[in-house]
Design a protein around this ligand. Structure first.
Ligand code: ZN
Length: 238
């Protein structure tokens, strides 16, 4: 009687093991890992791109500052030149020469600024594409997280139920037998009891017992515990 109940306990333990395995290996977990990796990959691209973009922005800022300084100087030279204070021909000529030089310099800075702006444009476009991709990847992560949470909740509910039934089932069996079964189950990676099918086949290891041994087990008292000579599991006679 107890032996038959042991198989019911075994079924519940097998279900517990399946549910615990699912908690650690459900496909939703792999999907979440992949989704997070996709975000990380985009962030790596972003870091590199932002580095390039910052360099261009800094260079542009430097050129703008240089241009502003040059414009200041042009204003001052202009003021001096046309302010009426300087009248000596040589001095005026020198100021005109300086003014021409400054204007040339300014134009040079402006050309360089344009070059940087042209460099910046594809970088900004690429940054916008990455931002869109990242948002999509984050949405996938968020969906994957919800799927994992739903899976964990579903498994958790069933696990609680099976564990409660398992405790009740174990309580209905002789404690010494449960303890023996437990030791074998742990040692055998999950299965402590197996059906001894008609013909003498152990359903735990699929070995068919020698005829004489099978006959002896069949005809022994129902409460005597026999172990499979091959795998060591508790044999439950039909
Ligand atoms: Zn066996």
């Amino acid at each position: 009687m107890d032996l038959e109940q042991l198989l019911a306990l075994q079924d519940l333990d097998t279900r517990v093991a399946q549910l615990e395995h699912r908690l650690g290996h459900d496909p939703t977990l792999g999907e979440l890992t992949d989704a997070r990796a996709a975000v990380a990959a985009i962030e790596t691209q972003e870091l590199k791109l932002f580095g390039e973009r910052d360099a261009v922005r800094q260079e542009l800022k430097r050129l703008e500052d240089e241009a502003a300084t040059t414009e200041d100087k042009i204003r001052k030279v202009n003021d001096t030149l046309y302010g009426g204070v300087v009248t000596a021909h040589k001095e005026l000529e020198s100021l005109q020469h300086e003014l021409a030089m400054l204007k040339e310099r300014l134009s040079g800075f402006e050309d360089l600024e344009l070059e940087q702006m042209e460099l910046a444009e594809p970088l900004e476009d690429r940054a916008a594409v990455l931002a869109t991709n990242k948002q999509q990847a984050l949405d996938v992560v968020s969906d994957a997280e919800m799927a994992v949470t739903a899976m964990q909740a579903e498994v958790g509910v069933e696990l609680d139920d099976v564990l409660a039934r398992r405790a009740a089932q174990a309580g209905a069996i002789d404690a010494a037998l449960v303890s023996q079964y437990e030791k074998i189950r742990v040692a055998k990676g999950g299965q402590g009891a197996a059906r001894l099918a008609a013909g003498g086949r152990c359903e735990g290891c699929h070995l068919t017992l020698p005829r004489a041994e099978y006959d002896a087990i069949k005809h022994s008292a129902a409460d005597i515990v026999h172990l499979c000579p091959e795998c060591g599991r508790i044999l439950v006679r039909s």
